[in-house]
Design a protein around this ligand. Structure first.
Ligand code: E9O
Length: 659
């Protein structure tokens, strides 16, 4: 799904702003609210999680449905003959969408976009848009909620009669089996956008397939072969003919002016490749053909000479200006649709125990993050994203994982531009044994993998897919095999979905790595380890000893291995000469000691600590105002460890750290 874009052929209208809002029932909402103004609404900003926007309603404790509503008018003159789409960048977690009382459809899953065709639904004048959103999580949702018991690492005196009795009368609530607050609502942008109706560009894929003569510093290549793939859809997209001859242009030609390759019905695509200065450096014109699956596509290769490569810390972006045109009855060429797709030229591969970008061994320096901030909750916040990216640079970090869900698109755009590397993760967090036997979970999991890769495939910043965080992989009996049987097909699905065939991983929890037979089969072994915190607490000598025992095991596996989490809760302002747990000194010493051990292992290809910043969680006895493992506070002030890491990371190059 292409991100909405305004140009000569398309219009985008933002529906962000202050909407009307009401909480509704645990299991439903009044049907009458779908098509009439909400009674006594309160204001609610979109995008944004609703939870921290209104204190009177105690929305952090809300369980079940809420209803958002706004009206809008569109300039019907401008939209006549266009296809009009209503897009949600993400609603968390399930949504029913109505326009003028008519149900357009429902969507499940809180972190990826969906859209509805509203061409025949909108009327001139005011339209009423109503979105009902459900925040409930349970054993069939991703992320996973507990149906009973406690939330993630919650405490309970299960056998005390009074506790057991009180639970029967307790209000229903979400019990996340994950460690981040279940922020919900219209977390991301809402847009109306148009495309031409008869034929429009439905998708674009730009894939680096070959780099020739990469320079020693990996900044350039003598040439790069880019596979393009453009999908056409629309009411008249299906009268295509077999592909006509394609015309590859040299750099000196003007791509935009070459219209030689024309189908019988005259419809053709032109792709002009612009460098970062906007100069056309290559291009192609091609016809469309119908594929076996019924889609209408144009695909082939474009060669870019003297290619500038995208690198961590040294980004370079090209833009593919994709134009579909056809000859009218007057024999003149008319543009039907156009789209500007940025992309980067780079390769990613795992070779032996190395993670190679542009053929050079890359070392991951960074963290797991969250979309999380005061007031906004998980709401898209470009100020915060720009600030975080600047802090990533300040720390001399080069990467992060989108723990534990795909982030808003604008963050990937920023990272493309700023040369920051992303491990992109689906919201499969909190998974254990019951989920592996639940076909609904498996289907939702597959859908999340497919949708994430379809959305993010063109981003050069994304170098690896993570298909889950900390599922149960080890244990007695057939458990390791059950986990393998569940995850191996998902690993293969991720590879099959990705035109770039990037490495795929599964982020594994502190576990019995000897009985776990799944993690070792990933392209990169990504481990979350808390030696010295959750175990051997506070004893860094014992922690290092234990870590080395485990590292000896991974050495025997012969794959690249990295930390995707390690850390210690730290309350800013707590100090001590001997650095006890929770003090700023302890967090610094923890990283100093653990990093000294991984530095001895050449196949250990990265350190992504936990976490970039403190973040909100479900309340519980081990969470004081959330998870405090940030090296920054929630308001982005550095703790002592951040200064220490900043110095360490300044001395670690992106490429070739361990030879
Ligand atoms: C997932 C992440 O979302 N990994 C957790 C992080 C944490 O700080 C959480 O925020 O808790 C760590 C899981 C470690 C489990 C260790 C097991 C030992 C339990 C006593």
């Amino acid at each position: 799904m292409l991100y909405p874009q305004s140009n000569d052929s398309r219009i985008v209208f933002s529906l962000d702003g202050v909407w009307d809002f009401r909480t509704a029932g645990e299991d439903s909402y009044p049907a009458a609210w779908a098509g009439a103004p909400l009674p006594e609404p309160v204001p609610m900003a979109v995008p944004g999680s609703y939870n921290d926007q209104n204190d009177e309603l105690n929305l952090r404790a809300h369980y079940g449905w809420v209803v958002y509503q706004r009206s809008f008018a569109v300039p019907s003159r401008l939209m006549a003959g266009q296809r009009t789409m209503l897009r949600f960048d993400a609603t968390t977690h399930a949504a029913d969408v109505y326009v003028n009382g008519q149900l357009l459809g429902s969507h499940f899953g809180g972190f990826l976009p969906f859209e509805f065709d509203v061409t025949d639904v909108l009327r001139s004048g005011e339209n009423l848009l109503t979105v009902a959103v459900d925040n409930r999580i349970g054993s069939s949702t991703l992320p996973v909620g507990n149906d009973a018991g406690t939330a993630f690492m919650g405490s309970d005196n299960a056998n005390v009669p009074a506790v057991a009795e009180a639970k029967k009368h307790a209000r229903r609530q979400n019990l996340p089996n994950f460690d981040f607050f279940n922020f919900a609502g219209l977390n991301r942008h809402v847009e109306l956008y148009t495309t031409p109706a008869s034929a429009y560009i439905a998708d674009i894929t730009m894939t680096t397939t070959r780099l020739v003569d990469v320079a020693a510093d990996a900044r350039t290549a003598a040439s790069a072969v880019i596979a393009y793939d453009v999908t056409l859809d629309g009411t008249e997209s299906d009268d295509s003919v077999p592909p006509s001859e394609q015309t590859v242009m040299s750099m000196s030609d003007s791509a935009a002016s070459d219209n030689q390759a024309v189908t019988d019905n005259g419809r053709r695509v032109n792709i002009a490749i612009l460098d970062s200065a906007g100069t056309v450096v290559a291009g192609i014109t091609a016809g469309f053909s119908r594929e076996g699956d019924g889609s209408v596509k144009a695909s082939g290769d474009i060669v870019i000479e003297n290619a500038r490569l995208w690198n961590p810390g040294a980004a370079y972006l090209y833009t593919a200006v994709v134009t579909v045109s056809a000859d009218g009855p007057d024999d003149e060429s008319h543009i039907i649709d156009e789209y500007r797709q940025p992309f980067g030229i780079r390769s990613v591969e795992v070779s032996g125990t190395q993670f190679l970008i542009n053929g050079k061994p890359f070392y991951f320096k960074g963290f797991g993050k969250h979309e999380d901030s005061y007031f906004h909750g998980r709401g898209t916040d470009d100020v915060l994203n720009v600030k975080d990216v600047s802090l990533i640079h300040w720390l001399h970090a080069n990467s992060f994982r989108t723990s534990h869900y795909p982030y808003a698109e604008s963050m990937y755009d920023l990272c493309d531009r700023e040369g920051i590397v992303i491990i992109d993760e689906v919201p499969a967090v909190g998974m254990g044994w019951p989920q592996y036997a639940n076909p609904l979970v498996a289907e939702r999991h597959r859908e999340a993998i497919r949708d994430m890769i379809a959305r993010d495939k063109n981003h050069p910043c994304v170098v690896m897919w993570s298909i889950a965080n900390e599922p149960g992989l080890d244990g007695e009996g057939d458990r390791p095999r059950l986990a393998y049987d569940y995850f191996r097909p998902l690993y293969e699905l991720a590879h099959a979905c990705d035109p770039q065939n990037r490495p795929v991983t599964l982020v594994c929890c502190q576990n019995d790595y000897l009985s776990d037979i799944t993690e070792r089969t990933m392209d990169v072994v990504c481990i979350n380890r808390y030696y010295g915190w959750y175990n051997l607490s506070g004893d860094l000598d014992a922690a290092c000893y234990a870590l080395n025992i485990e590292l000896d095991f991974w050495e025997s596996i012969g794959k690249p291995v990295m930390f995707t989490e390690y850390g210690a809760d730290t309350i800013e302002g707590i100090h001590g000469t001997h650095g006890e747990m929770f003090s700023e000194e302890f967090q610094r010493d923890y990283y100093a000691r653990i990093n000294a051990e991984i530095d001895k292992r050449p196949w250990f290809v990265g350190e992504q600590l936990w976490n970039f910043a403190d973040f909100a969680t479900f309340q519980g006895i081990i969470r004081v105002e959330g998870n405090r493992k940030g090296i920054l506070t929630r308001d982005r002030q550095p703790k002592m460890a951040a200064h220490w890491l900043r110095e360490r990371w300044n001395g670690i190059p992106d490429y070739g750290y361990k030879g």
